[in-house]
Design a protein around this ligand. Structure first.
Ligand code: PEP
Ligand code: MN
Length: 334
């Protein structure tokens, strides 16, 4: 945004008015006139309010770079569960990887009894090491769908490559794009063209603008809806796995009105800190949480150290929904 000051106006008083509204400004002069450019990290500024400041002549606004994201409805219903900025937060939970039919059925049963309505689990796993467990692929997708169906849950699972996009779309209610693929525009286009809702994880070094642009790719190319997922960005301190960006959550949900799910599991990487981050995420305006769960984390094929037990997930659900709603949801699923 650029604010032009009237030639005869008191520039200092315009400057004070802008800073007073929480705007970070840079002053510059051109052809004897004074202008202020407003930095992106400023508070939200309404054009009409700025024009009303005495001494302001005009306010120029950059063309909206993510029009489809900004025009998106505040929420979407996934098999009857509303997710979005204007409804109560949801919990998505499940294992990092779908490890066996038995495992996913047992977890689905316990998690749904605790009020979880969306089951997550990786069938195709993006692993940093090529020697690590890569997921059970198509078989895991079938187990995940049947386990979810048995407990009237929705399925959230990742599409890792274009070649498996259709296969994943046959079973998933929400198609997850992982952090490592947020910048993979060919994949975004291919997955978007399936016309389904997408859970778009933030790239681990992506700016908010790049993340929103990836969402714009999805909507431009046919996705039904984009739910953003903050999973921590790469920090400088190895004491936690990543750095949960709660400022981004507050900005997307509170200022832009967008649905943001927070994944504290991958953000912090250790189970003892997950409940605190979950609470902080909800305070920052998250539309929900995505939690990794496992009842025998020591034997998990991936991400065991950050997996919560289903009992621990129950506590997070209680915190998220409030106990009155929990009773109702438990009743419905029990
Ligand atoms: C996941 O949620 O399964 C996952 C791999 O997370 P991320 O893409 O955020 O690393
Ligand atoms: Mn994981």
């Amino acid at each position: 945004m650029i604010v032009a000051v009237k030639p005869d106006a008191d520039t200092r008083s315009v400057e004070r008015a802008l800073i007073g509204r929480g705007l970070w400004i840079d002053r510059f002069e051109a052809e004897g006139r004074t202008f202020f450019s407003i930095a992106p990290h400023s508070s939200a500024a309404d054009r009409e309010a700025l024009l009303a400041i005495p001494g302001v002549e005009s306010v120029a606004i950059k063309k909206e770079p993510h029009p489809r994201v900004r025009a998106q409805a505040p929420s979407i219903s996934i098999r009857g569960t509303k997710i979005g900025a204007d409804c109560p937060p949801v919990v998505i939970a499940g294992p990092c990887s779908v490890e066996s039919e038995l495992q996913i059925f047992a977890l689905a049963e316990r998690l749904s009894a605790h009020g979880v309505e969306l089951l997550r689990g990786g069938a195709f796993k993006p692993r940093t090491s090529p020697y690590a467990f890569q997921g059970h692929g198509a078989a895991a997708l079938r187990w995940l769908r049947s386990a979810a169906d048995a407990h009237r849950m929705s399925v959230v699972t990742e599409v890792m490559g274009a070649e498996e996009a259709e296969l994943v779309a046959e079973v998933a209610d929400v198609l997850q794009i992982g952090s490592r693929n947020m910048h993979n525009y060919a994949l975004l286009k291919r997955v978007a063209a399936l016309g389904r809702p997408i859970l778009l994880k933030r790239g681990m070094a992506a700016t908010i603008d790049e993340w929103l642009a990836a969402g714009e790719y999805c909507l431009l190319h046919g996705a039904e809806y984009v739910i953003f997922c903050e999973r921590g960005v790469r920090g400088f301190d190895p004491s936690t796995r990543n750095l949960l960006d709660l400022g981004a959550v507050a900005l997307l949900s509170g200022v832009l009105g967008l649905p943001v799910i927070v994944d504290p599991s991958h953000a912090v990487g250790r189970r003892d800190l997950i409940p605190r981050l979950a609470a902080a995420a909800l305070s920052a305006g998250a539309a929900g949480l995505m939690i990794e769960a496992h009842d025998d984390p020591g034997s998990a094929l991936s991400d065991g150290p950050q997996a919560l037990s289903t009992e621990e997930v129950r506590t997070i659900v209680a915190m998220t929904f409030g106990s009155a709603v929990l009773t109702d949801k438990e009743h419905r699923h029990g």
